[in-house]
Write a protein that binds this ligand. Structure first.
Ligand code: DGT
Ligand code: CA
Ligand code: CA
Ligand code: ZN
Length: 584
């Protein structure tokens, strides 16, 4: 069987992990790891690149690795891996994906207890066998159980930040065909879920054949899982699965509604339809008799738009981001659907980094980039001194930085304002990284947790409250500290966090970076219900990062957030007045 890019990337990454457990020097480990990552990002089949003889033009692939790729493509195997597998069990690398388990611990569990996979490790942890190993204890044993539980929750889902651009690119490509009349991304992407299982695309056309042929023939396709007249499915080189359905324009509304989901929402809509004597599926509404059987000769109701679908069941159109059966049906019935925030409502960005800390552009360049994206004001918020790895600013440097911010603010003219702030660390001991006298000199203060995120609930909650309660702190950045598919949120008492934010009027961030999406929707919704101000920021470290705002908007909309609750919809005078009236 032919190996795909993904399988070759997986194998290189497994080799990297095995070498690391073995205790190899780090540059050899990284050579395989970086090669794996480069292959994972390739939009083209390795086979085609190998045929052209240009494997070494791939980043991080030299002659040695190119020869190994060729070997895998030709034989479906890698001798080097087979040899290594006799020294280190390949299944052991899976335990490295558990939060808190590194190569040293993996080796320890394997050599002391003969553990070679996650299942065995979980059994040993639950049986209390890990706590007596050197460097372990009851607490670290419990952490491993929790890590395994969260690992099980992640498997198989792709981050929205990866899936959405891929889906959009494919749809754009197919929509160039003359046969394609209308197109949409449906499924969990349209609802803005932070992670997605597979991509669902819909295209309206009277002639599906050429569209399906183009779809399964795309260069980025690794495997065709199905190729039919109305539905085709493919797996891309990076492992992402895409379903495409082609249908007549006359049925667009029912299809888009059905395949957008969620399933729970669909079930509620179908129940409403049944109450009106109609059965609903992805194709149409069909009249039913009292027993619920479809009346064969009764005319079906086709809906070309989603508006018509909702109108047929007696509802106004419901935004896709709300379709989770989380109260949206009731709100629609009672005429109290929120007017959700839109990207055009946002006129500022209050969290971004420059070359003063770990950003890639100067203050002036960030200002220009934000202005080019239609913003009216920004706050420069570089890291504070505790974030030494991010080149955080000492008190002396941040005061120096202020002069440059004021200079750029002048240069940009009166229609674009640049304010001076900071993203200040909340240190592990709970203290804030700058004294109040320094904070008082800044226009806007973001406070964030970056370190010791696995502290106990009471401890880490107290840390965050210290920041929320400080009158100089305006905003809590990425409050829960999660990284999508990588790191669980901190164990915060969110009731206490919300109560303090409400009492002190401290804003909470929806960080738009698709690696974070923090606050998540359900917490944003609670915050808004409590009247806590929300800030949707890009946390940009480059100009491109500013283009990730839509992910924050999607998350906010999933959280029922309206423009009124969001600080960065405010005119600059209102923003200034708010910061100045916050008890400083
Ligand atoms: P995912 O892919 O796991 O991130 O989530 P979805 O929501 O994209 O789910 P998917 O791809 O399985 O199906 C797309 C939509 O199609 C789903 O949101 C609702 C609809 N759908 C699929 N299967 C069923 C079903 O058995 N019943 C109902 N009512 N709807 C379904
Ligand atoms: Ca899906
Ligand atoms: Ca699907
Ligand atoms: Zn930041």
């Amino acid at each position: 069987m032919a190996l795909t890019n993904r399988e070759i990337a997986d194998l290189f990454e497994t080799v990297a992990d095995m070498l690391q457990i073995k205790g190899e020097v780090i540059h050899r480990v990284l050579a395989y790891r970086n090669a794996g990552a480069a292959i994972r990002d390739l939009p083209r089949d390795l086979r085609a690149i190998a045929a052209e003889g240009t494997l070494t033009e791939i980043p991080n692939i030299g002659d040695t690795l190119a020869a190994k790729i060729t070997e895998m493509l030709e034989t479906g195997q890698l001798q080097f891996y087979e040899k290594l597998a006799k020294e280190v069990p390949p299944s052991l690398v899976q335990v490295l994906r558990i939060n808190g388990v590194g190569p040293k611990k993996a080796k320890l569990f394997w050599q002391e207890l003969g553990i070679t996979d996650v299942t065995a490790l979980e059994a040993a942890a639950r049986a209390g066998k890990l706590r007596d190993l050197s460097g372990m204890g009851a607490k670290s044993e419990q952490k491993i159980i929790e890590g395994i539980e969260s690992l099980n929750r992640y498997t198989g889902r792709t981050a929205l930040g990866v899936a959405l651009p891929a889906a959009q690119a494919i749809l754009n490509h197919l929509m160039k065909l003359p046969e394609a009349v209308e197109g949409a991304i449906a499924g969990s992407i349209r609802r803005g879920r932070p992670t997605i299982g597979d991509v669902d695309l819909l295209i309206a056309s009277d002639n599906a054949g050429p569209i399906m042929d183009a779809f399964v023939g795309m260069e980025m396709v690794a495997r065709v899982l199905g190729h039919g007249p109305t539905k085709s499915s493919v797996e891309l080189h990076n492992g992402l699965q895409i379903d495409l359905r082609v249908l007549e324009k006359a049925r667009w509304g029912t299809a888009l509604n059905y395949f957008t989901g969620s399933q729970a929402h669909n079930i509620r809509i179908r129940e409403l339809a049944l109450k009106k004597g109609l059965s609903l599926n992805e194709h149409a509404f069909s009249p039913v008799d009292e027993s619920g059987t479809i009346i064969e000769d009764a005319p079906k109701i086709l809906c070309a738009t989603e508006d018509e679908v909702y109108a047929t069941v007696g509802l106004p159109w419901i935004a896709p981001e709300l379709r989770e059966d989380a109260g949206e049906i009731e709100a629609a019935q009672e005429g109290r659907l929120p007017r959700l925030i839109e990207i055009s409502d946002i006129c500022s960005d209050l969290h971004m980094h420059t070359t003063w800390s770990d950003g890639t552009l100067s203050i002036r360049q960030m200002a220009e980039a934000a202005k080019a994206r239609g913003k009216q004001y920004i706050v420069i918020t570089d890291h504070s001194q505790y974030s030494a790895i991010a080149n955080g600013l000492s008190v002396e440097r941040i005061l120096q930085q202020q002069a440059e911010v004021r200079q750029v603010d002048q240069e940009m003219g009166p229609d674009f304002r640049v304010f001076h702030g900071v993203e200040m660390d909340i240190r592990s001991d709970g203290t804030l990284d700058y004294p109040d006298e320094v904070l008082a000199q800044l226009d806007f203060v973001v406070a964030s947790l970056h370190f010791s995120l696995r502290q106990e609930r009471a401890v880490i909650t107290r840390r965050l409250l210290n920041a929320i309660e400080n009158p100089h702190v305006d905003l809590i950045g990425h409050p829960r500290g999660q990284l999508i598919n990588e790191r669980e949120p901190a164990d915060l008492d969110m009731d206490a966090v919300f109560e303090a934010a409400r009492k002190h009027g401290t804003a909470l961030e929806i960080n738009a970076n698709p690696a974070r999406l923090d606050l998540e929707a359900q917490y944003a919704r609670r915050a808004v219900e409590l009247g806590i101000p929300i800030c949707i920021d890009t946390d940009a470290h480059s100009a491109e990062d500013m283009d990730k705002l839509p992910f924050g908007i999607l998350t906010a909309r999933r959280g029922w957030v309206t423009a009124e609750s969001v600080i960065n919809t405010w005119p600059v005078e209102q923003f200034i007045a708010w910061t100045q009236n916050r008890g400083r």
